[in-house]
Design a protein around this ligand. Structure first.
Ligand code: NAD
Ligand code: 6OD
Length: 486
């Protein structure tokens, strides 16, 4: 059985406790690896290695050299594309068509883009008047924040982990990563790439394990880390914030969502259907930016429901590597139980099940997988938990609307504020409506169209702070002002 060990100070190490847990392929329920569970000792060792690296080669390395090494990391991921692809698809069950298009290329891009960006970023300066007339020159310098704890989720494991590790290292920090217990594979593999690229020992460390009373909690409570960047559930964010309050640590949080799509009667129906099929069902609905509430202006409602149903029914579940497969399983049976409980709630609350609502028939080899059907509902009452809770599965509820102000109010009626997609051919409407939606990201006639220079993050309970482009630098570095009296 393959062993997945911690990566600390440039070496793969076993857990001192001897504790292990299983890495399961959710497509067939088979055990694919044994993962070493980290405890306080491993976290202490990883944090100590990260701190030593900060004070050693990495901390004093010229920026050009650091950036060249990060480019080598990106090239290393690309050179081992197939290994990363297999590791990611076995951990998650997601189709190769998706991971080879999004997850793995973004894993590489996250290093290149932030290396290039940091190299070219300027800081402010002021010439200041002084009473004696000589003046003073103020300029700000950016310093790395220090040892950054990166706590990552399972839905886009490599993409979301490197989305934090890339800018953290580009800013000169060192990191200790706690990947999700569901998807430890690609974070472990990245250690080999770091060594091959020549990244100094201790700059990138990985400790595997769970959250509470395991590696996640020990890391986020650790007294010698300097910041925590976390992607995951809003509830977990609360627990981490409490842990971080001990040392008053800076936090960057990307949390849950209950995102909407709004389809106006003047939308291009083909584009709106194609976009909503992706936003509701891509990655089996396990995308934080995904759409679970769809509002369609009444004249288009019936046609939209019929076309989305047709598209959902054409999705082909199956083994990640097989030709034509467009739909994977959920990440685990535990998550499937949660999603199916909402399928049941929808039924109890009187929804019309337009399509899906259950578990698909799968061939024998995949019968033990965490499969669910892509599901569309209409007709839910406003109080239904299906309309307020983040389900994180391949499902959406479609509701007609008649009035622009009214639909904006409904979209905003949630404690979350992550993303929204508007579908309209009326540019004036797009400009009018987009800023009134309380979200960090509003797409018009698109979804998950990413430019890594733009601010990314959630409003309300969907996050704290913005990453992406220069915005992440506020978290990954600290400005220090130098004032020189002339
Ligand atoms: P999760 O919160 O269960 O776990 C995320 C990570 O936190 C895992 O590594 C887990 O082990 C760790 N963890 C759990 N409890 C902890 C604790 N008490 N202390 C320290 N670490 C702890 O999230 P998940 O189920 O892996 O991912 C799905 C969730 O992530 C969804 O809510 C989704 O919306 C959200 N998400 C948000 C974004 C975004 O950009 N806003 C992106 C992806 C996923
Ligand atoms: O594209 C990104 O940078 C990003 N953070 C995507 C998040 C997707 C959530 O599942």
């Amino acid at each position: 059985m393959q062993q997945i060990r911690h990566f600390i100070n440039g070496e793969y190490v076993e857990s001192s406790s001897g504790r292990r847990f299983d890495d399961i392929n959710p497509a067939n329920g088979e055990r694919i690896a044994e993962v070493h569970e980290g405890g306080q000792r491993e976290v202490d060792a990883a944090v100590a290695a990260a701190r030593a690296a900060l004070q050693g080669d990495w901390g004093s390395m010229p920026v050009e050299q650091r950036m060249a090494l990060l480019h080598k990391v990106a090239d290393g991921i690309t050179a081992r594309f197939d290994e990363f692809l297999e590791a990611e698809c076995l951990d998650t069950g997601k189709p190769a068509a998706l991971a080879s298009h999004i997850d793995i290329p973004r894993g590489a891009a996250n290093f290149k883009v932030f290396a290039d960006l940091v190299k070219n970023v300027a800081t402010e300066s002021f010439v200041t008047d002084t009473p004696d007339g000589h003046g003073a020159l103020n300029y700000a310098v950016r310093k790395p924040r220090g040892v950054i704890a990166v706590v990552a989720p399972w839905n886009l494991p490599l993409l979301l982990m490197t989305w934090k590790v890339g800018p953290a290292l580009a800013c000169g920090n060192t990191v200790v990563v706690k990947p999700s217990e569901e998807t430890p594979h690609t974070a472990a593999l990245l250690g080999e790439v770091m060594n091959q690229a020549g990244i100094p020992k201790g700059v990138y460390n990985v400790v595997h394990g769970f959250g509470p009373q395991s590696a996640g909690e020990y890391l986020t409570r650790h007294p010698h880390i300097d910041g925590i960047t976390f992607t995951g559930e809003t509830g977990t964010g609360r627990a981490i914030m409490q842990a971080a309050s001990q040392s008053l640590l800076p936090l960057s949080f990307e949390l849950g969502g209950k995102n909407s799509a709004v389809v106006f009667a003047d939308a291009d129906l083909d584009k709106a259907i194609e976009g909503t099929l992706r936003s509701a069902f891509a990655n089996c609905g396990q995308v934080c930016l995904g759409t679970e509430r769809v509002y369609v202006e009444r004249p288009l409602f019936d046609a939209f429901v019929a076309r989305l149903k047709q598209g959902a029914e054409q999705l082909r579940p199956g083994w990640w590597r097989d030709e034509g497969v467009s739909f994977g399983p959920l990440v685990s049976h535990a998550h499937r139980d949660k999603v199916l409980s909402y399928y049941e709630t929808a039924r109890r609350d009187g929804a019309t099940v337009v399509t899906g609502g259950g578990v698909p028939e799968m061939p024998e080899a995949l019968a033990n997988g965490a499969w669910v059907q892509p599901t569309i509902w209409t007709g839910l009452p406003p109080h239904s938990a299906v309309l307020s809770d983040e389900i994180f599965g391949p499902c959406c509820h479609i509701q007609p609307f008649d009035d622009e102000d009214d639909v904006i109010e409904q979209v905003n009626d949630t404690p979350y504020g992550l993303a929204c997609a508007l579908w309209t051919e009326n540019l004036a409407r797009a400009h009018r409506v987009a800023p009134r939606i309380d979200v960090g990201l509003c797409w018009v006639n698109s979804w998950f169209l990413r430019d890594l220079r733009t601010p990314f993050g959630g409003s309300k309970q969907s996050g704290i702070g913005r990453e992406g482009g220069v915005h992440g630098l506020e978290f990954y570095s600290e400005l220090s002002n130098v004032c020189i009296k002339l």
